[in-house]
Design a protein around this ligand. Structure first.
Ligand SMILES: [Zn+2]
Length: 230
C-alpha cells in the first residue's frame, strides 16, 4: 500500500477567535515602523490592500501632511492626488480609502479624542473602515467599524503575514517619501494652526462606492479643478 505524507493544512489566518485579522505584508509593516521611528511626531497614511482580501495590507502610503506630537492635518490636494493615482492603477476605493493607519510617538496605541472624532467624521460615511494605531514599543490598536445594516464595531487582532511573497526594504525611497510628505510643525500642538484633518468637501456627501471613479470630480475641490485646467 502506497503511503503518502500528509502535510498539515495551513490554517488560514483570516480569523482569530472568530474575529477578522488585520494583516500586513512584511514590507508594508517595515515601512510603517520606519516612519514611526523616523521622527517625534504622529505619522498617518492609508493601507492599500489586495482586491480579494481587503484586510491584507500590501502597502503603507503616506500623503503630504502637517503633523505634531499628537496631531495630523492632511493636505487635501495631496489626498485627492493620491486617490486619483490609485484609481489610475485600477484599484477600487475599498482597497485604498478604508484603512487609516497612524503612529503614536508615545507608548499608548489607544485612540485619542481627536482620533475618534476624525474616524467618525471622515470615515463615518464609508460602508466600513478600520482605524489602526501603532505606538512606540510596538503596541497596536485596530478597530473595524461597519456603517451598513445595523452597524457595529469591534477591535480586531493584528498580524504580520509572511505567507505571501513580499518585497525588499526600500529605505532610500521611504526616506525620500518621509521628507516629501511629513511636515513637522510644533505650532499644531498648541493650537496656533487650525485645520481639519481632511476637508469634508473632499470626501463629499456620499460614501465611497465602487462606482466612485466615475464620480470623482465631485470629490475634487474647485482649487484643484482650476489647477488642472491650467
Ligand atoms: Zn492618534
Amino acid at each position: 500500500m502506497k503511503r503518502s505524507i500528509r502535510l498539515p493544512r495551513r490554517q488560514p489566518q483570516t480569523e482569530i477567535d472568530n474575529r477578522p485579522v488585520l494583516r500586513f505584508a512584511p514590507t508594508a509593516w517595515a515601512k510603517l515602523l520606519y516612519f514611526r521611528d523616523r521622527g517625534e511626531s504622529e505619522i498617518g497614511g492609508f493601507g492599500i490592500t489586495l482586491a480579494d482580501d481587503l484586510l491584507r495590507i500590501e502597502e503603507f502610503c503616506t500623503v503630504r501632511h502637517q503633523t505634531s506630537i499628537a496631531t495630523i492635518v492632511f493636505d487635501d490636494l495631496a489626498v485627492a492626488d493620491f486617490f486619483e493615482a490609485q484609481v489610475d492603477r485600477g484599484r477600487a476605493p475599498a482597497q485604498f480609502a478604508r484603512i487609516w493607519l497612524h503612529t503614536h510617538p508615545g507608548t499608548s496605541p489607544l485612540p485619542s479624542g481627536t482620533d475618534e472624532e476624525t474616524f467618525e467624521r471622515v470615515f463615518g460615511r464609508c460602508d466600513w473602515a478600520v482605524m489602526f494605531i501603532i505606538a512606540r514599543g510596538g503596541r497596536c490598536y485596530a478597530r473595524l467599524r461597519f456603517n451598513t445594516g445595523p452597524g457595529g464595531q469591534l477591535e480586531i487582532p493584528v498580524a504580520v503575514d509572511y505567507r505571501l511573497a513580499f518585497g525588499p526594504s526600500a529605505q532610500e525611497a521611504w526616506e525620500a517619501e518621509y521628507l516629501a510628505n511629513v511636515d513637522f510643525d510644533a505650532r499644531l500642538q498648541i493650537g496656533l494652526l487650525q485645520g481639519p484633518f481632511l476637508e469634508d468637501e473632499l470626501w463629499g456627501e456620499q460614501a465611497f462606492s465602487d462606482d466612485w471613479p466615475s464620480d470623482q470630480r465631485a470629490f475634487l475641490s474647485e482649487e484643484r479643478e482650476a489647477r488642472d485646467e491650467r
